[in-house]
Design a protein around this ligand. Structure first.
Ligand code: ZN
Ligand code: ZN
Length: 415
């Protein structure tokens, strides 16, 4: 009974705050089949919020795995036009997009990496229209999570299945600020508005400094400097679409982030958490940068997956995002490693290999790929966050006249 109430609050939060469904709009929902009960609730809430229609795109990792194991490589090199059109059509017609994720961090471990790579490239190319409309700020989107047994067991290996899943639910609800007191589930909207103000305040502060570079140091061995392009913009919390609707691309979200210059990263960064990439775990890894490019990489576990990531395309060796998250963020305070980027990225300062968010540089969403590159923006099939924050992380901002301003000390914001 209580769970039903919380799930309902979560579905409503996804629809109202996440994508802010407006009157007469299409809602496209990507939903794993194991999350179908939640998917149907999201659907109901979307219609209640005024959706013209709700299009469910169900998927199943175990089905995908059978195909990866048995179909030939060339099956993954193209996406049939009819399939791509399902997403492109609704983007063109005006839609919002909800992604529900329920990922087994090792769903595809052992699968031929060439097939995973081919599928990722083909999908990105086939859905170019969809992603272009999204990047231009014309499509509101959000990502939310739903537990599955293999994911929950990865986090809580010693618990029976049902307890592990229940614990993961608790962690998800806490991180999206859905709480319960005396059997009554609180309305998370007020908490999200307050949280949004805090994130926006930090972003504003950094925008006023307009740093030329950030320098990172910690005891893991990170000693790294990244340049920030002229006109970069820090964002945090909600975003506003071109037609003026406020929405949250990620739930949870604790980060403020901006664009790094794709040719200005030097030194070595050590990952502070494992990374789950295409269903493969990469652990204890480091990347050495020169002039923005990864020139050396090591991983204790999953080095081949890391190599595959870096070799995807030219842009996968360059950075597309810099994000600051205090070590005392509520998600880190849960003390859980989620093995999922949606959560782990919100527990730690991170960088992303690959594609930048064009809107994180002034006017960037209106630029061609070449123009964006000349401003320092990176392009790639990939956008993969990896975590670098630690309890002893120091981040220093360098102003245009070379002044050094402390931004992070002992893993947290100085201001
Ligand atoms: Zn991020
Ligand atoms: Zn990212």
């Amino acid at each position: 009974m209580k769970n039903e109430q919380k799930l309902r609050a979560y579905a409503r939060l996804t629809v109202r705050q996440g994508v802010n469904v407006s009157d007469g709009i299409y809602v496209v929902v990507r939903c794993p089949i194991i999350a179908a009960d939640f998917g149907r609730m999201v659907m109901e809430e979307a219609f209640d919020a005024g959706a013209k229609d709700v299009i469910m795109q169900y998927s199943d990792d175990r089905t995908s795995r059978v195909r990866y194991e048995r179909a030939a490589l060339d099956r993954f090199e193209t996406v049939p036009a009819w399939q791509a059109e399902q997403s492109n059509y609704y983007a063109r017609e005006g839609c919002v997009a909800i992604s529900i994720i329920a990922e087994d961090p090792e769903a595809f471990s052992g699968v031929d990496g060439q097939k995973l790579l081919a599928a990722a490239k083909a999908r990105r190319a086939a859905l170019k229209e969809f992603y272009d409309i999204m990047d231009a700020g014309d499509l509101r989107w959000t990502v939310v999570a739903y537990p599955c047994v293999p994911w929950a067991k990865k986090i809580f290996p010693d618990c029976p299945d049902d307890i592990a899943v229940a614990k993961l639910w608790d962690a998800i609800y806490t991180s999206v600020r859905i709480t319960e007191e005396a059997g009554i589930v609180s309305d998370p909207v007020v908490k999200w508005e307050e949280h949004d103000r805090i994130l926006k305040g930090r972003a504003e502060k950094l925008n006023r400094y307009a740093f030329r570079a950030l320098e990172y140091k910690n005891s893991l061995g990170t000693d790294f400097r990244v340049g920030l392009p002229e006109g970069h913009i820090w964002f945090g919390g909600s975003e506003t679409s071109n037609d003026g609707y406020v929405y949250f691309p990620n739930m949870p979200t604790e980060e403020i982030f901006t664009m790094p210059h794709r040719l200005q990263a030097d030194g070595t960064v050590f990952a502070s958490m494992p990374l789950s990439y295409q269903g493969c775990l990469i652990e204890d890894f480091s990347l050495m940068f020169q002039n923005g490019c990864v020139v050396e990489h090591h991983a204790r576990v999953g080095e081949d997956a890391l190599t595959r990531l870096l070799d995807t395309d030219e842009g996968s060796r360059h950075l597309g995002e810099v994000a600051l998250i205090p070590y005392d963020s509520p998600i880190r305070q849960l003390g859980i490693l989620f093995y999922n980027t949606l959560f782990d990225e919100n527990a730690s300062c991170h960088l992303a290999l690959g594609r930048c968010y064009p809107n994180t540089v002034r006017g960037g969403e209106l630029l061609s790929e070449e123009e964006l590159a000349s401003r320092g923006g990176n392009s790639s099939v990939n956008h993969v966050d990896f975590m670098i924050g630690t309890a002893d992380m120091t981040v220093t901002g360098i102003t245009s006249d070379g002044e050094q301003i402390p931004v992070f000390e002992n893993g947290n914001f100085v201001f």
